[in-house]
Design a protein around this ligand. Structure first.
Ligand code: PLP
Length: 369
């Protein structure tokens, strides 16, 4: 890969307000940090070592294979400030494994886990001073790999580039206690058996964008995806996995659809399963039908629903719209189980409770400023 220093670098991630100044503790939510890491793989030489450089534009051939055939994968994870002022990445080795699994699905080379984590460490260390020490602020890291060979023949490329950029992130859906509104997509399917639903590849996201627009027109914030075959089972919501709370008080069962290859095996989903058990809830992985979701919300059997993901953390669903039908989950606000799961997960992120699962990976030793 060649990197051009002539063109201006982007400074701001989408969805945020305005770019802040770069510099110690000055970054605002949405600002890209001043550095990025790159490495490359070629058929002849294998992987290069990760290189830390300035966050700047890439220079690519107009024949870049990824732009023609979509051989491209992404990851998304966070580094959280710890009580001693240092940063800890959350479950980077699990993200490394998923990156390899996505690569396999798209016939791309598998980046060794140590190189993946080394690239993240370098980026976090370089950017530590940029992130203000404010509650709820963390560093979102976006590793991606694309076929960078100049080639318009539809075959696996012979050269790939990995880039890791990062930006400052706050609470994805804000801190309101209202649940988000979700719109059930009936017109499109996101994934299907034998497809790429469980890989984190851009080709899974672009086709969902008309549904996002339709959800917005229906007055909803999120899209709920059903299975592609029976159009009956609830699979995912936007960039989040779904959990359903049956019962209340001392009699709570937390249910999430089992992994079936059609939706992303969320690292947060896996963490929530463990966290819910820590909190003493029964946890079950079983399919949830859309009709059951609606009827059980109406009857009061399902008391809460929440989505979870690296960006979304844990976010309550307050209202669901399916064509002309609409229902409220609980009282439409964040319920006690959702709150408890979120709080405990955040405590794991921020190093406020012992790391019984080995989830936190320390990157820096910087003392609190
Ligand atoms: C489609 C989709 N589902 C679920 C998730 C949640 O995954 P994770 O918890 O690993 O962030 C994401 C976020 O990456 C996503 O993009």
């Amino acid at each position: 890969m060649t990197v051009s220093s002539a063109a201006p670098a982007p400074t701001h991630a989408a969805g945020a307000t305005s770019p802040g100044e770069s510099g110690i503790g000055k970054a605002e939510i949405g600002d890209f940090t001043p550095h990025m890491v790159t490495l490359r793989w070629t058929e002849d030489d294998g992987w290069t070592v990760p290189r830390l450089g300035p966050h700047e534009n890439l220079s690519v051939s107009p024949a870049t294979a990824a732009l023609n055939y979509g051989q491209s994968i992404i990851e998304g994870l966070k580094a959280h400030r710890q009580p001693d002022g240092s940063f800890a990445l959350f479950r980077p080795r699990d993200h490394a494994r998923r990156f390899r699994s996505s690569a396999r699905r798209l016939a791309m080379p598998e980046l060794p886990d140590d190189l993946f984590v080394d690239a993240l460490d370098r980026l976090v260390e370089a950017n530590t001073d940029v992130v203000p020490d404010r509650p709820g602020h963390s560093l979102y890291l976006r590793p991606y790999m694309f076929a960078s060979e100049a080639n318009v023949v539809p075959r696996p490329a012979r050269e790939y580039t990995v880039v890791v950029i990062s930006f400052l992130i706050g609470s994805y859906f804000g801190d309101s206690s209202d649940g988000v509104s979700a719109w059930v997509c009936r017109d499109y399917a996101r994934a299907f058996p034998g497809g790429t639903g469980s890989a984190k590849t851009p080709g899974n996201y672009a086709p969902t964008m008309p549904a996002q627009l339709a959800a917005g027109r229906a007055g909803c914030q999120q899209v709920v995806w059903l299975d592609a075959v029976e159009r009956r089972w609830v699979e995912e919501m936007g960039s989040a996995n779904l959990f359903f709370v049956r019962g209340s008080g001392d009699d709570v069962t937390v249910v999430t659809p089992p992994l079936n290859g059609n939706f992303l095996p969320g690292i947060t989903r896996d963490s929530v399963i463990a966290v819910a058990a820590e909190l003493g809830y029964r946890v079950r992985e079983e399919p949830v039908a859309l009709d059951e979701w609606r009827e059980a919300c109406v009857s009061g059997l399902i008391t809460e629903t929440f989505g979870c993901g690296t960006a979304a953390v844990v976010t309550a669903v307050g209202r669901v719209r399916d064509g002309d039908r609409e229902w409220t989950v609980g009282d439409g606000a964040t319920g006690p189980v959702t709150s408890a799961v979120k709080e405990r997960l955040l405590a794991h992120h921020r190093g406020l409770i012992p790391d019984a699962h080995g989830w936190r990976h320390s990157t820096t030793t910087g003392a609190r400023r």
